[in-house]
Design a protein around this ligand. Structure first.
Ligand SMILES: Nc1ncnc2c1ncn2[C@@H]1O[C@H](COP(=O)(O)OP(=O)(O)OP(=O)(O)O)[C@@H](O)[C@H]1O
Ligand SMILES: [Mg+2]
Length: 648
């Protein structure tokens, strides 16, 4: 007997629906795109419990004729295309006639719609794919669609939904992207009674960016414009002084449609090469317009990816318009300031493309903001000005460990060997007075970690630093090479973890709060993890797009606080996607944040840093690997070196 079944209409529909609708955010995307296609200039979205329980989208668009209502919810029913040829030139967001049918087959739906020509509106109900009769209803012009009990009839799908807050954030993110792509439409999102997004719909792109990402972010953006072979590019990019910790702020739109494009991403990131540090990302809101027949939007179930008939002009248009904007915006006043300080740094006194290629130097002198301050410090460090000169010019000196010195309570291991503040002359380290036999089989770091007293014979001596990355220490008959970044990262991680575990956060208050610009969805995550973040010593308040940090753990520097918060938001977001426990998610976030807070390899730090680090490691023999699992120190025995020199 044959084994192949032809699936029933209902099962086939459910499978097809799974392609289009996989979570509340995708329902909202489809409904709101329909509203835009219907010419609405006001769209309100309301959700409850992340949309799983209830979603309502109300628009003031063209409406649906009563006789079309039962047709609109059928598969392959669309008013947007008629023939195969129409697929070659799609200018609407929808075209498949799939979305409403998909939503109706996995939830309970009610639609009320009224066109201008009709006195009354029409109403229809659909329960798990079963379409009711159309009846009359009083309504204003436009369409309201209510979706309830999403996936109640598809338990397998329901199981995969995340917590309500995560789903609500995903809805918010979708709506933010749509709002950026259609500044002429006023969007409002209300989640569990709270307004989460409210855009003006005044048609101005910059004001849409302001509504979505906040005014501080909008202020820092540079305008771009360009064209290559019929591909027009316009929009905004983040100034090099305000790079982002991840790609969440990269937005590309093609003919009004939000898409993910590797070509766009590669173009902008290449254009920023040498403008921002490699671990940072540019943000952008880039609108690409091209002839609809040069792009295929019918290649992805949720229409998120497209295929260009020719990628090159798209890449070139983005790359060159971004590059031009960056070169033109190499800010003159900073160069003047630079000239006053140290003319030898300047390669060209005229604003030219050449200046654009020396952004590290330029950025060293930008006005201060929490972000910029970091860069002032980093750049001044990497330029390595003599301490004296730096002080005269009021360049903030790196003060990574200052807080730890001020309050050693949190570092019990420091107490017996109280280090001095970094500004004081570095304390001489114990000298190699006695050399004894060290057991070759002992645990790594252990002999090194033993207190150096002539009586037990162990000793250590800080030899120096190579490549601005590795600290060399002589200890017994071994040489230790310590990765300064990895070691510091681990020490910070351990210290913060201990604060959390012991419920004894040790903080220092900020005279002025540190402002960090973040997306509202990221802030929602930080709020969710507030208890843990406060548990390690931070205090913060949050507004829609900004976090204000009012206290930081003593173990970290002021300048790393902002990037630590970015890192928390980023790693918590990633962790939330893979169903880990909150403790584990936060521990991973703490790894990442400690990495941001640690001193960097390849940079020069004032004398005393290496000594401090060596003392800390010495006091913490259990510290062997950095939180990412890399070793923090490797040892080479004298025997090995002798062997290399063929002495044995
Ligand atoms: N808010 C709305 N206002 C006016 N008409 C609407 C609205 N929502 C849906 N429609 C009508 O219902 C039809 C079916 O909508 P549906 O979203 O299922 O398909 P589509 O938008 O044509 O294509 P796609 O599946 O790609 O979204 C649309 O073509 C449109 O005519
Ligand atoms: Mg549609």
């Amino acid at each position: 007997m044959g084994k192949i079944n032809v699936l029933s209409f209902e099962v086939a529909n459910l499978i097809a629906a799974g392609e289009v609708v996989d979570r509340p955010a995708s329902v909202i995307k489809e409904l709101v795109e329909n509203s835009i296609d219907a010419g609405a200039d006001r769209v309100t979205v309301e959700i409850q419990r992340g949309g799983v329980l209830f979603m309502r989208v109300t628009d003031n668009g063209s409406g649906i004729e009563p006789e079309d209502l039962p047709i609109a919810v059928r598969r392959h029913a669309t008013s947007k295309i008629r023939e195969a040829d129409d697929l070659a030139a799609i200018m609407t967001l929808g075209f498949r006639g799939e979305a409403l049918a998909a939503i109706c087959s996995v939830s309970d739906v009610r639609i009320i719609s009224k066109t201008k020509n009709n006195e009354l509106g029409a109403y229809i109900e659909i329960h798990s794919g079963r379409v009711g009769a159309v009846s009359e209803r009083g309504a204003s012009d436009g369409t309201t669609i209510i979706v309830e009990n999403l996936f109640a009839n598809v338990p397998a799908r329901l199981k995969f939904l995340k917590r309500d807050l995560t789903e609500a954030m995903a809805v918010c993110t979708v709506l933010e992207k749509i709002a950026l792509s259609h500044p002429e439409v006023a969007f409002k999102l209300i989640s569990d009674g709270t307004v989460k997004l409210d855009t003006s719909g005044d048609g101005n792109r910059r004001s849409a960016i302001r509504c979505v990402y906040g005014k501080d972010f909008a202020k820092t953006m540079l305008e771009i414009e360009g064209e290559r072979e019929g591909v027009k590019v316009s929009g905004y990019i983040t100034a090099p002084s305000a790079p982002r910790a991840n790609r969440n702020y990269q937005n590309f739109f093609i003919n009004g449609r939000y898409i993910k494009t590797k070509t766009g991403m590669a173009a902008i990131e290449q254009a920023y090469t040498s403008y921002i540090p490699p671990e940072k990302f540019p943000g952008c809101v880039i609108y690409i317009e091209l002839a609809p027949n040069t792009v295929d939007v019918n290649v992805h179930p949720s229409k998120l990816e497209v295929k260009f008939s020719n990628e090159r002009p798209v890449f070139d248009a983005i790359y060159h318009s971004v590059r031009t904007a960056l070169a033109e915006n190499t800010e003159r006043p900073q160069i003047n300031e630079l000239e006053g300080r140290n003319p030898s740094f300047i390669s060209s006194t005229k604003p030219s493309a050449a200046n654009a290629f020396a952004p590290i130097v330029d950025r060293a002198l930008e006005p201060r903001s929490p972000f910029k301050q970091i860069e002032i410090e980093e750049a001044s460090v990497s330029l390595d000005p003599p301490k004296q000169e730096a002080a005269e010019n009021n360049v903030p000196q790196p003060q990574m460990f200052e807080p730890a010195f001020r309050s050693p309570r949190n570092f019990n291991y420091l107490q017996e060997n109280e280090p001095e503040p970094i500004k004081a002359p570095p304390q001489p380290l114990p000298k190699a007075e006695v050399t004894t036999e060290v057991q070759p089989q002992t645990h790594k770091n252990e002999d090194f970690a033993r207190e150096a007293t002539p009586s037990d014979g162990a000793f250590y001596r800080l030899v120096g630093e190579v490549f601005n990355s590795y600290i060399l220490v002589e200890s017994g008959n071994k040489m230790l090479m310590i990765d300064k970044h990895a070691a510091h990262e681990r020490l910070i991680f351990e210290s913060l973890k201990r604060s959390l575990k012991d419920h004894k956060p040790d903080s220092q208050l900020m005279a002025l709060p540190i402002e960090v610009m973040l997306m509202s969805s990221e802030i929602a995550l930080l709020e969710e993890y507030r208890e843990k973040i406060e548990g390690i010593g931070f205090a913060f308040t949050s507004a829609r797009n900004t976090v204000y940090i009012s206290a930081i753990p003593t173990a970290v520097s002021v300048n790393s606080a902002a990037s630590m918060f970015e890192s928390f938001a980023d790693s918590i977001k990633q962790g939330s996607g893979v169903d880990l426990t909150a403790d584990l998610i936060f521990e991973k976030a703490l790894y990442q944040a400690s990495c941001k807070a640690a001193i960097k390899a390849g940079r020069v730090y004032p004398e005393g840093y290496a000594e401090w680090l060596v003392r800390e490691i010495k006091a913490n023999p259990e510290v062997i690997c950095c939180p990412h699992g890399r070793p923090i120190a490797i040892e080479i025995t004298k025997n090995t070196i002798d062997h290399l020199f063929k002495r044995t």
